[in-house]
Design a protein around this ligand. Sequence first.
Ligand SMILES: [Zn+2]
Length: 72
Amino acid sequence: MSVPQRINDYITAMRPAAICNRCLAGGVGLSNDAAHPAQVTGALATTSDFTQKVAACSRCKQVKKVIRAIRS
Ligand SMILES: [Zn+2]
């Protein structure tokens, strides 16, 4: 499965909780150094299925840019 697909599935599984890029990278088993989840989430955020905003991450509780799935 491709990395974007894994990220897509992970965010969808988290729904309706929002997650930041860092927690997302850890959640799908990517290292922050090797992966660029921000690029993927940025692309996902342009679709109607996901929304990105600054809010508290459901995992690390830090207020930062997070993404969540609007529908499955
Ligand atoms: Zn987080």
